[in-house]
Design a protein around this ligand. Sequence first.
Ligand SMILES: Cc1cc2nc3c(=O)[nH]c(=O)nc-3n(C[C@H](O)[C@H](O)[C@H](O)COP(=O)(O)OP(=O)(O)OC[C@H]3O[C@@H](n4cnc5c(N)ncnc54)[C@H](O)[C@@H]3O)c2cc1C
Length: 416
Amino acid sequence: MARTRKVKGDSYGVIVAGGGFAGGTLALALAKLAPQGFRVALVDAAPQNPDSQKDVRGLALSAAAKSLLEAVGLWTKLAPDAQAVDSIEITDSPLNASLRPHFLGFDEEMKADAPRAFLVEAGNLFQAITQAVASDPSIDLFTPDSVTDYDVDAFGVRARLESGQTVSAPLLVAADGKRSRLREQAGIKCIGWSYPQTGIVVTVAHERPHLGRAVQHFLPAGPFAILPLMGNRSSIVWMEDEARTETLMQGDDEAFVAELTRRFGHRLGQITLEGPRQSFPLSFQMARSFVGDRLALVGDAAHVVHPLAGQGLNIGLRDVAALTETIVDTLRLGLDIGSATTLERYQRWRRFDSAFSGTVMDGLNRLFSNDSAPLRAIRDLGLGLVDRAPDLKRFLVREAAGATGDVPRLMKGEAL
Ligand SMILES: Cc1cc2nc3c(=O)[nH]c(=O)nc-3n(C[C@H](O)[C@H](O)[C@H](O)COP(=O)(O)OP(=O)(O)OC[C@H]3O[C@@H](n4cnc5c(N)ncnc54)[C@H](O)[C@@H]3O)c2cc1C
């Protein structure tokens, strides 16, 4: 179903630029949870048609992210096809190893009243958001369109759109992804670098069931993840150096499956490709500020982290939950949601937390993505020690479930 433009007037509670996973979820959260009469202008540059959505990734979402998606009404649409992750296995070995011995596993720790993480297909998430946005009367959608520039005064933001329309609100949110134009226009610089790795993503079918087990093989070129999807299917996230990525992406299916099987192993029987391969450049990026004059950054516009632990969107959804809570609390007090005080609360909440997560992912990638035998010996000792420390393992599982730190209420299943 194509998204359509609805225009009812130019004054809004908030303008959200970018209707991807973070921006779309934020628009829905505010439309549902802010006091009655609050209207959202959602502007997205891409023509939003789920049928043309080609992203084949499986996205690992934490239990905390699931709580947010429940609160905004998306989870009921995703649940039938969401695969719970019931255990995790981590290995560290050279590419040619005949066996990939397991150094660290999360099995008992994953067993709780409810699963700690899920795999959701990117296409399903996109479709759920698109349909919910299109049918929400509190959201006016401007697409394909974008904010070309904006003025700020003591009362609000007036944004001009490429289509020639103008919209105004007390607050503008940049959810326009890692190359955020709004972040650039606001003069907010980033700290960042590109990784000499590319993420190859593909879905495979296999003969035997995965039993909800996610596997991460740390290989010298980078992590290789096998993430369980519904049915006898898994999503592969395979980091390789650029030269090998090119060969793999251009080779025929037979050659690709042969290389894939070398890393995947034979435990789940024969594997077959279930769709196209896609490749993603990888980078680390952290905005020096998550806020500007009447501007808040969420999702990849604020931070991009290495995908080795599947945390990028989880961190982005934490921004969404924290910003929604900040806005709703401020509206209830009758105060200005675009004021420096309100935005500072959001920034204090999210910036350090995101930078910390991004730095941990970066450090793990540097520690594991090499073929140094002494380093492998040290890190495998470390993994073995963690494996024997049940309290630490329980903490790590809670961290991956998004249950540690200052968790926004919507991510704890609490009402606003
Ligand atoms: C290989 C790989 C695997 C990953 N796996 C996981 C995982 O398992 N779990 C996880 O949590 N994260 C994962 N991530 C990270 C995750 O994909 C991102 O963090 C997430 O997609 C960011 O969402 P976003 O909405 O912030 O940005 P985007 O998805 O980039 O959306 C930005 C939106 O803004 C729109 N836009 C752009 N410019 C403009 C403009 N000027 N005006 C208006 N609109 C504009 C675009 O059309 C788009 O809709 C992975 C990343 C990679 C690369």
